[in-house]
Design a protein around this ligand. Structure first.
Ligand SMILES: C[S@@+](CC[C@H](N)C(=O)[O-])C[C@H]1O[C@@H](n2cnc3c(N)ncnc32)[C@H](O)[C@@H]1O
Length: 212
């Protein structure tokens, strides 16, 4: 069992405030949710891949009462940080690949992927992107917003160490925004995408990918 899992187990229902405080060392969730929300048209249906506890999804739903989110994650327990008042606007799909949810005739206006890519092992990332390309085709989605953490920064270094030694995910490696842009262009093909890069919160970057 990892340190993170032990703390969760000991604190039980009291884990949420501690988890939020811990995460706030690395990222201002509200700044990121506001930035993501600004990229998404009114009334959108979003697919959130790797939603985890749902901290970012909950902040997005708070700021944008018009959004509905389908959240998927390969983890078995998800969504525990989503404010119960938003649960009628979220569908949770734990222990599920995004591809299996997408292949069921649903359509989405936007896909959000926050702090997931650095958890995907480096040799599995190109498969992640090609699955995403298929998901976009199947769901008609033209906008993807990826949030990740910059290597070479103090917050990046701290988050990497905590991911490896507290969360216990030894696969974690941070990705430079330029490298992620190159990977996306390679998979989606340069002429078919328009990518913008922003840093809404220090060391936390977002790529907004618009498919042409
Ligand atoms: C740091 S958490 C981020 C949670 C949430 N997106 C947020 O920012 O609040 C990373 C999540 O990515 C999930 N994950 C890792 N690899 C994944 C994959 N290939 N597909 C879907 N989810 C994945 C993990 O299970 C974990 O819940």
């Amino acid at each position: 069992m990892t340190i993170g899992q032990i703390v969760r187990r000991i604190l039980g229902k009291n884990f949420q405030p501690v988890g939020k405080l811990y995460r706030s060392i690395f990222v201002d969730i509200h700044k990121i949710a506001a930035f993501i929300g600004d990229q998404i048209p009114a009334g959108s249906r979003c697919l959130d891949i790797g939603g985890g506890d749902g901290m970012i999804v909950s902040a997005m739903l708070e700021q944008r009462p018009d959004l509905h989110v389908t959240m998927t994650d390969i983890a078995p327990n998800i969504g525990s940080f989503i404010d119960p008042k938003f649960l009628d606007r979220v569908m949770l799909h734990p222990a599920t690949t995004a591809k299996s949810v997408a292949g069921t005739g649903r359509s989405f206006n936007a896909i959000t992927i926050a702090d997931v890519l650095h958890h995907v092992p480096a040799d599995a990332r190109s498969m992640f992107w090609s699955d995403l390309r298929e998901i976009c085709r199947d769901t008609g989605c033209r906008t993807i917003i990826v949030k990740d953490v910059c290597p070479g920064t103090l917050r990046g270094f701290l988050s990497l160490m905590c991911d490896r030694y507290i969360t216990g995910d030894r696969h974690v490696t941070l990705i430079r925004p330029d490298d992620m842009i190159a990977d996306i262009k390679h998979i989606f093909q340069t002429d078919a995408v328009d990518i913008s890069h922003s840093e809404p919160d220090k060391a936390n970057y977002c790529l907004v990918v618009n498919l042409k």
